[in-house]
Design a protein. Structure first.
Length: 278
């Protein structure tokens, strides 16, 4: 597969002949200016193939042609940050935002680059009402880990915190080295969800099984859960309002021990996870 629009001759080795044929069909539609059809084909190819950075790049580029800048920016951000795709990162900042840098010394006081231990990268996103911030510690190389989109390759990084910075200066953390903890550890949390009576109740009332529900919510600095949202499901659900009711009951009942911390202070923390109604 070749990267359309920005790279003319980059060849992608597809996982199956069928997926390669799908891509070629999508490329044919694209070259004819039939972008909606090309978009549909690329989306099918993504569903049929293992995650691949070039395929994601091509799909994102088609979305941009169709004036879906939001999807383009989201996917280029993911490729740039999670796959370390330099071209995707360059395009993201050219089209979707800009970046600024601040430096801090060992006591976390602002300083010049020469005397800095910590580097804060502040990304200004055109489509968001917040800035995305990454805090790097040059003495922490290799300790933290981020996970790629393929959920296989782990990358070492010096990032010790990631957070959203809002106009009122409030911060919502997505990552720290001390995330929210659960009583008796993560195994207790998983066991609680598996044994939760609301799981079977939801299966019966919704008449569905083998459902995976993506959710996000905030655990604030006072250890209170709020802003629970369903982000996606692996199959259609007839009554999303009822599903949301069960998701709320399950999430609110998880036995938490303490909220997330950064530099020994409790912080508001955004949790992204999935619930299996099996």
């Amino acid at each position: 597969m070749k990267r359309i629009i920005f790279i003319s001759f980059l060849i992608w080795s597809c996982h199956t002949i069928q997926a390669q044929d799908l891509f070629n069909l999508g490329l044919t539609y694209y070259e004819k200016g039939q972008y909606a059809l090309a978009d549909s084909i690329f989306k099918i190819c993504m569903e049929e193939s293992k995650p691949d950075m070039n395929l994601w790049f091509n799909y994102a580029s088609t979305r941009l042609i169709m004036k879906d800048t939001s999807t383009f920016c989201t996917m280029m951000w993911n490729l740039g940050h999670q796959y370390n795709d330099k071209e995707a990162n360059t395009l993201f900042f050219r089209i979707c935002g800009s970046a600024d840098t601040s430096y801090y010394d060992k006591n976390f006081v602002k300083c010049d680059k020469k005397n800095a231990r910590y580097t804060e990268i502040i990304e200004i996103l055109k489509s968001k009402d917040y800035k995305m911030c990454f805090l790097h510690d040059k003495r922490n190389k290799g300790k933290s880990v981020i996970m790629n989109l393929d959920i296989v390759n782990l990358q070492k990084t010096d990032i010790i915190a990631q957070y959203q910075l809002f106009k009122d200066s409030s911060k919502l953390y997505l990552f720290t080295e001390t995330p929210p903890s659960y009583k008796e550890g993560d195994e207790s949390r998983s066991s609680y969800i598996e044994r939760n009576p609301y799981i079977n109740d939801a299966k019966e009332k919704l008449q569905i099984n083998k459902l995976v529900v993506g959710v996000k919510y905030v655990i604030d600095r006072n250890n209170v859960v709020k802003d629970i949202e369903i982000t996606d499901t692996n199959k259609p659900v007839s009554d999303m309002q009822l599903l949301k009711k069960y998701v709320d009951l399950i999430i609110l009942g998880i036995p938490r021990q303490s909220p997330g911390k950064f530099r020994d202070e409790y912080v508001d923390f955004l949790v992204n996870e999935s619930i299996s109604i099996w």
